[in-house]
Design a protein around this ligand. Structure first.
Ligand SMILES: Nc1ncnc2c1ncn2[C@@H]1O[C@H](COP(=O)(O)OP(=O)(O)OP(=O)(O)O)[C@@H](O)[C@H]1O
Ligand SMILES: O=C(O)C1=C[C@@H](O)[C@@H](O)[C@H](O)C1
Ligand SMILES: [Mg+2]
Length: 246
């Protein structure tokens, strides 16, 4: 699939969120780089503006199998935010699972689609975004994501990563010696992952525990940002008093 066709379909896929956001939350159409608010009235539960949360947008990065998709989903429930998984979004827009895209169109094309998706998901609001394992490695993506909001990096040991990924289809780990491959790729990527805002280990821990730690660290981050005079929570009404972070 050509990049231009992918882009057009990506726009159409996200349009329902974006157009509803304009009607319900904005008095005028957003400019190209303004954040787009998702309409949270389509969510179940209390109104999003009544929920006290540390952020209205957060991304999860890290190596394959560190738990971005699973933890991201659980985090989105905990914060009452929409959930976007970039691999799933790419697969949906391209009409094929990621491994098939890799096999048929090559990694370079997949990375081009991924860049396009990153450029779009930073315009969403009220969303938890789980990235593909390589998305945060590209400097352009890192810059775009970090300019938007906090990026939580999940970490796990190569052995845990192998255990979690060995019965699934990760094209980059299809090799005779996957543990060596994981160690090598991890060494190449570690510097990029270290540039994340918040770091949390998912190794040997229940996902709920990981989510709790992320939420606690997001509160600390938000407090630090507020003290530094940065405003990172557009549209959020905090009805309660200060949060007692752990
Ligand atoms: N804390 C955890 N404890 C046990 N299993 C976990 C934990 N987190 C994730 N898993 C499991 O590990 C597997 C890989 O997790 P997941 O798909 O969320 O990884 P990912 O970081 O999104 O990987 P990718 O970069 O390839 O998309 C899944 O089966 C998931 O249920
Ligand atoms: O770490 C990576 O480069 C990848 C991770 C997965 O999430 C997919 O995005 C794809 O398999 C590539
Ligand atoms: Mg994933």
């Amino acid at each position: 699939m050509a990049l231009s066709q992918f882009s057009e379909r990506l726009g159409l896929t996200l349009e329902p969120f974006e157009s509803v956001g304009r009607v319900s939350q904005r008095s005028q159409a957003p400019s190209d780089d303004a954040p787009i608010r998702l309409d949270c009235s389509i969510m179940t539960g209390p109104s999003p503006s009544l929920i006290e949360r540390p952020v209205s947008w957060v991304a999860l990065a890290g190596f394959m199998g560190t738990g971005k998709s699973r933890i991201g989903w659980e985090l989105s429930r905990a914060l009452a935010l929409h959930f976007v998984d970039t691999d799933k979004l790419i697969a949906r827009v391209a009409g094929r699972p990621v491994p098939e895209l890799f096999a048929q169109e090559g990694e370079a094309r997949f990375r081009a689609f991924e860049r396009e998706v990153v450029r779009r998901v930073v315009r969403l609001d009220y969303a938890v975004v789980s990235l593909g394992g390589g998305a945060f490695v590209a400097p352009e993506n890192r810059q775009t994501l970090l300019a938007r909001g906090p990026v939580v990096v999940l970490w796990a040991s190569p052995e845990t990563i192998l255990k979690r990924t060995q019965h699934t289809d990760r094209p980059l780990l299809k090799t005779e010696q996957p543990l060596e491959r994981i160690r090598g790729l991890m060494a190449e990527r570690e510097g990029a992952y270290r540039e994340g805002t918040i770091h949390v280990s998912s190794d040997g821990r229940a996902s709920s525990e990981v989510v709790d730690e992320i939420v606690g660290k997001l509160w600390h981050w938000q407090q630090d940002e507020a003290e530094d005079g940065h405003e990172h929570t557009p549209g959020i009404t905090q009805l309660q008093g200060g949060h007692e972070a752990d």
